[in-house]
Write a protein that binds this ligand. Structure first.
Ligand code: NAI
Length: 456
């Protein structure tokens, strides 16, 4: 009998396995596809490979602004996709090596929970039975595919794509329609618009980028529009047929022609077909319900990552898995989500942590906000000819601690963890100002914005 069986080898599962293995828990990990899960194989990592190629191409096209002339620059999409494959293979084999190093048994099969046995639980995979004292469920999420007429048929026929197929298309479609202006939709719009597609984003809300600070999502939309992306906001998809999407906007019908269309309207936790009912694990509309130690309703059964349906971010999953393993090991630890950063890897990048103005207002929090153009950071000006961005900081009006930091501009993704640290440690404006930022860096915009507050 193992100490721990883990279902799912994505970020939540493999990180839990690594930590458990190094803590000398005998651990068995089941993964039915490639190690690394959606994030590594068909999400975070391959999309970043594509986006980096778009960035390099964009620099080549607009190098003249920096005194660099590149003639006949072109983007070879097939080569971009091939490089994406190489990046993924390298990292997947890295995860395999980590499992080996931690002494984890990896079974490359689909597993499902059979039920309780004396002292633990039983799992079945490919006709074999495995037992463990504890279970950790990390089966992730899948694209949400609502019953829109024509959607299922379109996916089967191949003209409708999910996050998986959009990363491996063998040619750049002339017209790409994107249903859903959230994170996946925007990242793919950035790549394909630069690669040459005529991109149209259909979004049912009146703004893009979901819960992102509204001022920033408006600025981001303008940047996209400069690249030729069309946004149809407050627009509902009614039905889909090959070559055209029937929509409705303000009560009026509207047709969007396309060659390929991406469906990126959210994800659903993978809670079906894994035998949760055999243990009576409680789920809700989002996914498996856990407490902040990642314990489910069943003793010694844990769940982390997208399957809990809470944040659906790989970095959140990592931390949740650490909390689960620490709980198993009897070390005091718990999840705190108030300093959980999020990034949209567009160009320019969007990064935020903590409360947005909208969320602070909804929660009735008395806050003060200051913002500065990114052009107050010397390095930003040196590297972004004609470009702009913003840094926005929210502070609790009474206690003066930092509640939220929101950024639009280069390197934001690499800077935001520092802001998360400020929120996690409940730093006040005066404390955070004492931090020495390297100069010249774009990160200094945080320091500059902090000095906009009147605190003495
Ligand atoms: P999302 O929740 O970010 O965005 C979905 C969008 O689709 C929303 O704006 C929603 O209003 C819209 N929508 C829903 N139904 C619609 C309909 N019928 N017609 C038009 N619009 C509709 O979901 P997305 O982009 O699919 O991403 C899934 C998950 O993957 C997210 O939870 C995200 O956290 C994660 N992810 C994170 C990334 C990152 O951190 N950089 C990158 C990619 C994905």
């Amino acid at each position: 009998m193992y100490d721990l069986i883990i279902l799912g080898g994505g970020p939540a599962g493999y990180l839990a396995a690594e930590r458990a293995g190094h803590a000398k828990l005998s651990t068995c990990l089941f993964e039915m596809n490639a190690l690394g899960g959606v994030c590594l194989n068909e999400g975070c990592i391959p999309s970043k490979a594509l986006l980096y190629s778009a960035k390099v191409y964009d620099y080549a096209l607009h190098g003249e602004k920096y005194g660099v002339k590149a003639e006949n620059a072109s983007l070879d999409h097939k080569a971009v996709v091939a490089r994406r494959g190489k990046v993924v293979r390298t990292l997947v084999s890295g995860v395999g090596a980590k499992m080996k190093g931690a002494g984890v048994t990896v079974v490359k099969e689909r597993a499902s929970i059979v039920g309780r046995v004396e002292g633990g639980y039983e799992v079945e995979a490919a006709g074999q039975k495995y037992q463990a004292k504890r279970l950790l469920i990390a089966t992730g999420s899948s694209p949400s595919l609502p019953p829109i007429p024509g959607l299922k048929e379109g996916i089967e026929a191949g003209y409708l794509l999910t996050n998986r197929e959009v990363l491996t298309l063998d040619a750049v479609p002339e017209r790409l329609a994107i249903i859903g202006g959230g994170v996946i939709g925007l990242e793919m719009a950035a790549y394909y618009a630069t690669a040459g597609s005529k991109v149209t984003v259909i979004e049912m809300l009146d703004h893009i980028a979901g819960a992102t600070d509204r001022e920033i999502s408006t600025m981001l939309q303008k940047e996209y529009e400069k690249k030729g992306v069309t946004f149809l906001l407050s627009t509902k998809v009614v039905s889909i047929a090959e070559g055209k999407i029937a929509c409705e906007a303000g009560g009026k019908p509207l047709e969007v022609p396309f060659d390929k269309a991406l469906v990126s309207i959210g994800r659903r936790a993978n809670i079906k077909g894994i035998g949760l009912e055999n243990l009576g694990v409680v789920t809700d509309r989002a996914g498996i319900v856990t407490d902040n130690c990642m314990r489910t309703s069943v003793e010694n059964v844990y769940a982390t990552g997208d399957v809990t349906g809470r944040y659906m971010l790989a970095h959140t999953a990592y931390r949740e898995s650490e909390v689960a393993i620490n709980t198993i090991l009897g070390k005091a630890d718990r999840m705190r989500y108030n300093a959980n950063p999020s990034v949209i890897y567009t160009q320019p990048e969007v990064a935020s942590v903590g409360l947005s103005e909208e969320a602070a207002k909804d929660a009735g929090i008395d806050y003060e906000v200051k913002k500065l153009s990114m052009r107050y950071a010397g390095r930003f000006v040196a590297e972004n000819e004609g470009g702009d961005g913003i840094c926005k900081i929210l502070v609790d009006k009474k206690h003066r601690n930092i509640l939220g930091v929101h950024m639009l501009g280069s390197y934001s993704s690499e800077i935001i963890w520092g802001a998360a640290e400020m929120i996690e440690n409940e730093l006040r404006v005066t404390d955070a100002r004492e931090i020495i930022f390297p100069h010249p860096t774009v990160s200094e915009i945080i320091r500059e914005t902090l000095w906009e507050f009147d605190d003495k």
